[in-house]
Each structure stands twice: as C-alpha cells, then as structure tokens.
Design a protein around this ligand. Structure first.
Ligand SMILES: Nc1ncnc2c1ncn2[C@@H]1O[C@H](COP(=O)(O)OP(=O)(O)OP(=O)(O)O)[C@@H](O)[C@H]1O
Length: 616
C-alpha cells in the first residue's frame, strides 16, 4: 500500500477477509458449494494442492525469435556442441548466468551470457567467434538450437546498438546483458524448419548494408489498427505468403524517459510473449529494431478487443460470457503454469477473432514470478485491480489475475467495470477498503454468481486457481464441449482448419494443461454450449454507457515518467479512464516497500498461487 494512502485509510482488507458470504462451509466441489448456497466460499484447505501448495508449474526456457537462415555457406558447429550448449542453457537458465570465467567451452566459441535470471528472462546465448563477428545461439521451447552471426563487431553497428540499449535499459556490463531484440539486431525471424542444425552464417555485409531488415521488408506496413500507451499498432501484410500480422511500433529515443519506460515494457512483453504458444494468447512472430523504431510482429486478431465489442454492441449474454471466460481462463491457466502473472486482465486487453476465439494480449505489465514468490509493485488498471495490489503490504501473486477476471466478467455483463460509478482514486479506495464485493447483476445465473464470488474473494488465498476454475460448472461445459467435439472429429476423417489448429496445438505442447486438453474453442465449433438460465437469452441486449467524467488518475499525470494508457479510442475526450497505472504515478513510498519489479526482483516473497485441479 502506498505510504501516501496510509493516512487516508486503515488496512481493513485483511480483517475483512472473506466478505462475500463469509461463512466458511466446507465443500468438496464447486457443485457442492453451489448446493450449499450461492455466494458461499469454498474451504480451500480441503483441496489437494490448493493455494497452500508450492508452485509446481513447469518453467520453460524463454525462447526468442529464431534467426533467419542465410543462404551463404558457413562454418559449422557440431550437433554435439550445440546440444551441450543448449542443455547447459536450458537446465540452468532459470537460476544462473555465466560469467566469462565460468563460460563453458564450446569449441572455438565462448559463452558470453545466458540468462537474466533475476528478471525471469532467458537471454539467447551470445557467443563470440572471430574478432569481427558476433553471434547468438538461442534455444527455442522445442529445444531447437539456432546460431546466428549478426554483423562484424568492428563495424560499429553492434557497438552503436549496444550503447543505445545500455542507455535505454541501464545495462552497463556490455553485450552480455542486453536483450537480443533491442540490440539493433538486423535479423530476427522464427524459423521452425531448422531443427538441430547450425544456421549457415552470412558473409560480412558491406558497411552501408549492415542494418538490413528482413522482417520489415517481409511485412508491409498497412493501416493503423490502434494506439497504445507506447506507440502505434499497424496491420502488416506478408507479401511472400499472404499472411496478416499486427505490427506494434515504438519509437526509440534513448534519452527520453518515456521512451525508456516504453521500451522497458515492450521488452518485457517481447521476452514473455516469445516464450508462449497457446491458442488463447496472441502469438509472437518476431521483433526487430531499425533506426529508431522497435517493431514487434504479432498475430493479427481482427475482431478487436472485448472492450471495443462492448462499446459497439452492449453487454454480452451469459452464454457468450461463459465461453469467453472459459477461453480467458485457459490462457490464464497456461500463463500461471509458467509462473507468469498478466496483471492487466481487462476487456481492452482481450482480443476476439472473427470466429469467437479469445486471445490474451498486452503483456506490458506481465511479470514472471519465481516459485514461492510474490510481487509488490503497484501496477494494473484501477477498476480491475485486486485489493492486495493496492494494500501491497504482503505482496501479491498470480491470484490477482483471478480477481481481474471477475471484474472482466462483470464488464462483459454490464459494459462497465466494477466500481465504475466512482472515479479513479475513489474507486481505488473502494476496492481497497470496502467490505463489499462489486455488485453482481441479478440476472446472472446461480452458477455465474457463484463463479464470480469465487473470483472476487478479497482474501487472495481464497480464490481458486485458473486451473481449478476451469472445472467450475459455469465454464466446465465449454471444456467438455472441447473434448466432445475433438473426439467426434477425431473419429471422422474430415477436420476443419479450426480444429486442426487445436490438434496441432495439443501435439506441440508439453504443458499439463495441453495434455489435459483444456484448450477451449469458440461458440460455433462447440454446440454443447448451453446456459442454465434460458431467460437470459430473451433479455434485451442493452448498452450501458460509460460515465463521461474524467478520472483523477488521468488528471494527475504530471510525472513524465508515468505512462498510463491513453484513453481507449472508444472513449471520447474526458471520458472515464480505465487505463492501467503503474507505481510511478504515485509518490515514492519510502517505508511502504515500493519495489520496481523490473529493477529489484529480490524483494519477491513466498506465496505463489498454483494449485491442483479440483475433483468433482
Ligand atoms: N494483435 C493485434 N491484432 C489486432 N489489433 C491489435 C493487436 N494488438 C493490438 N491491437 C490494437 O492496437 C491497440 C493498442 O494495442 P496495445 O493495447 O497492445 O498497445 P499498448 O500500448 O500495449 O496498450 P496499453 O495502453 O493497454 O498498454 C489495441 O487496442 C488494439 O485495437
């Protein structure tokens, strides 16, 4: 909790504890809890592997875009050497980094870096060969090894890029700690077709041609899709294969504090996104920096955000909410199994494709949390923010996303986030101190109300995990629908491209979630979708306009280093601001333990939020 806040309110959250139906009746299942009574909490101590359980989610090596193969014939590194390098990398990537003295010998190559473990990043291995070449060895999640030579180190290009990025990120230790994406790397392209082989290394380029940009030349920039806090998002068209993508561009001016912050967040987004592969998470294609512009190439999701759909079409009916919620949960369960907290789950950051598939986006606030740790920074969007983020005394963990999911469900049901009748600071006060949980629409089904009550438990430890919530009756049918449809389709010879995607996904994934086939597909594909409240279907689909008042959070933006989002395009000027905030919006909290997680991850503390699936 910020120091400035302390004088204004007393810490009631912990004493408030379970505010929604505080009776702690035991229930062995969500069904049991539902039968006990709507709004009653579940006793988590009876759940094996519940919140008290240590985090057991797999940690995956973070992958980076793979270098594009060159056609030039080049010296080879043996498979054994690469395998040894990769195994050293993957086995220790989350906990250690090599100094130059400890660097394992890789023939004539020497490891210069491995991970930035403290920030949960796995950097590509950087190897130095001849004095005139600089190379990267990276390992993809599929344990593919990729080696690439960027450019002669004597050319000044790497040096220039390094200096620039050191200035931006404050890295002073040279190339070994600079993120590969931001190192003025001219070649960044995933190349799944190069398993286990060393890439041929390009011949030195003529000096004037060193910063060639294959991604940029491959993807033609099209119309503006949207504006974010840190830059613009454009449609991209690949003239070689006809594919579309979204290109997120940020202008880099290293001595500008806003640019520094935006680059830091974008770098965070790149680092995390590049390691994810899930149908409910927007897919990362690659990134590159050309001149002063960093471009991130992402899967294009043409339907826009849930927020935008709500603005245009009004509140969603419950069957749609169930389906979207199941898909959001599926993405969250995947993220959480990788110890990553999104921290900014809300309608504006959840994209919908034309067939109703959900994609979690905007990982600028996301953070990797080590096992048994939690974070303590004040980040997120106020109306969706969990109470413990505001109180901040004991840190928080993955369960903040579950609270935000609850708020997003309310947003989908009403077109407004909870507490939207209050302006920013008042809303924050309400979230932190109110004994109430946000109002749940009367028309919601009993299952929906129960689900929401679970998500909106003020005590984070009382919130089920994403994996557990996937078993809840509110969304369970969606998951069951996936299984049924998949098995039907497996037994028939015909399969749609949509279904094929699902199959491909389950084949290529090692995650427990994938193995359990919890990937949730869209309404059209799964006819088993049903609602327990048919009356909902007959309700008028009305739109509740957002309050036109402006948020104090927006008005308080006097600090140039603060980078809350600009109002969503759907909001007119002066409309209420539902944008994310970060700690720099508020005065430094000298004794409140304010920690910038990007700078100081050692303040993380025990209490990760993962649990086993519930049995019903
Ligand atoms: N993958 C995508 N496909 C289609 N449109 C996208 C995609 N990513 C972003 N957009 C559009 O661009 C807009 C801005 O993108 P985004 O929200 O990611 O930027 P940001 O700066 O990270 O945002 P924020 O201000 O929430 O931090 C979105 O509202 C959306 O309309």
């Amino acid at each position: 909790m910020p120091a400035w806040w302390k004088g204004k309110c007393k810490s009631k959250a912990s004493s408030n504890g379970n505010t929604n139906g505080s009776t702690k009746e035991k229930a062995n299942s969500f069904d049991g809890a539902l039968s006990i009574g709507n709004g009653k909490s579940i006793d988590r101590s009876s759940v094996p592997g519940g919140l008290g359980s240590p985090c057991t989610g797999p940690t995956s090596p973070l992958a980076h875009p793979l270098p594009r193969p060159s056609s030039s014939p080049l010296p080879k590194i043996s498979q054994e050497q690469l395998a040894a390098a990769a195994s050293a990398s993957t086995s220790e990537s989350s906990v250690s980094s090599y100094g130059s003295d400890e660097a394992p010998d890789l023939g004539s190559y020497r490891f210069l870096e491995q991970t930035h473990a403290a920030r949960g990043r796995t950097m590509p291995l950087s190897v130095q060969h001849a004095p005139t070449q600089h190379r990267h060895l990276s390992v993809s999640p599929r344990k593919e090894f990729h080696l690439h030579t960027f450019e002669p180190t004597t050319s000044g290009v790497v040096t220039t890029g390094r200096k620039s990025m050191e200035a931006v990120f404050g890295h002073r230790s040279g190339l070994s700690t600079s993120p590969v994406h931001l190192r003025a790397c001219p070649v960044m392209q995933e190349d799944p077709g190069t398993k286990g082989s060393a890439h041929p290394l390009p011949l030195p380029l003529p000096p004037g041609n060193l910063l060639r940009a294959p991604l940029q030349s491959q993807w033609k920039k099209g119309k503006l899709l949207g504006r974010g806090t840190f830059g613009h998002v454009y449609l991209g068209f690949n003239s070689e294969n006809g594919q579309l993508c979204a290109i997120k561009e940020v202008n880099v001016i290293s001595d500008d504090s806003n640019s520094r912050e935006s680059l830091r967040q974008l770098n965070q987004e790149i680092t995390l996104l590049s390691s994810f592969s899930h149908p409910n998470i927007v897919q990362y294609y690659g990134s590159e920096m050309v001149d002063d512009t960093l471009s991130v190439y992402l899967e294009y999701v043409s339907g826009g955000s849930i927020h935008k759909l709500l603005q245009e079409y009004g509140p969603f009916k419950e069957p749609v909410i169930r389906n979207y919620t199941a898909q959001i949960l599926s993405g969250l369960a995947y993220l959480h199994s990788r110890d990553t907290v999104h921290r900014d789950i809300k309608g504006a950051n959840i994209l919908v494709d034309p067939s109703g598939d959900i994609k979690l986006a905007d990982f600028g606030m996301a953070k990797h949390i080590s096992s048994y740790t939690s974070v303590r920074s004040f980040k997120g969007s106020p109306y969706w923010m969990a109470p413990e983020i505001i109180m901040n005394g004991n840190g928080y963990n993955l369960s903040v996303d579950i609270w935000s999911l609850g708020c997003t469900i309310l947003e989908m049901a009403t077109s407004k986030p909870p507490w939207s009748q209050y302006e920013g600071v008042a809303a924050i006060f309400k979230i932190a101190n109110s004994k109430e949980i946000p109002e749940i629409p009367e028309h919601f089904s009993a299952e929906g109300k129960h689900f929401l009550n679970l998500c909106l438990q003020r005590d984070p430890a009382a919130r089920p995990t994403a994996a557990q919530l996937l078993e809840h009756p509110f969304v369970r049918d969606q998951v069951a629908g996936v299984k049924a449809t998949k098995s039907n389709r497996e037994s028939s010879s015909s399969s749609s491209s949509l279904f094929q995607t699902s199959m491909d996904f389950s084949k290529r994934s090692n995650s427990p979630l994938h193995n359990r086939e919890l990937h949730v597909r869209n309404l059209a594909v799964f006819p088993l979708l049903r609602t327990s409240n048919d009356a909902l279907d007959r309700r008028a689909n009305f739109s509740l306009p957002v309050s036109p008042c402006s948020s104090p959070l927006r008005q308080k933006q006097t600090n140039r280093s603060c980078l809350p989002s600009p109002p969503h395009p759907a909001f007119s000027a002066g409309a209420i601001n539902y944008s994310p905030i970060n700690a720099s919006l508020y005065p430094p909290r000298s004794n409140a333990g304010f920690i910038d997680p990007f700078l100081e991850p050692t303040h993380l503390r025990a209490g990760a939020h993962l649990g086993s699936p519930r049995k019903f």
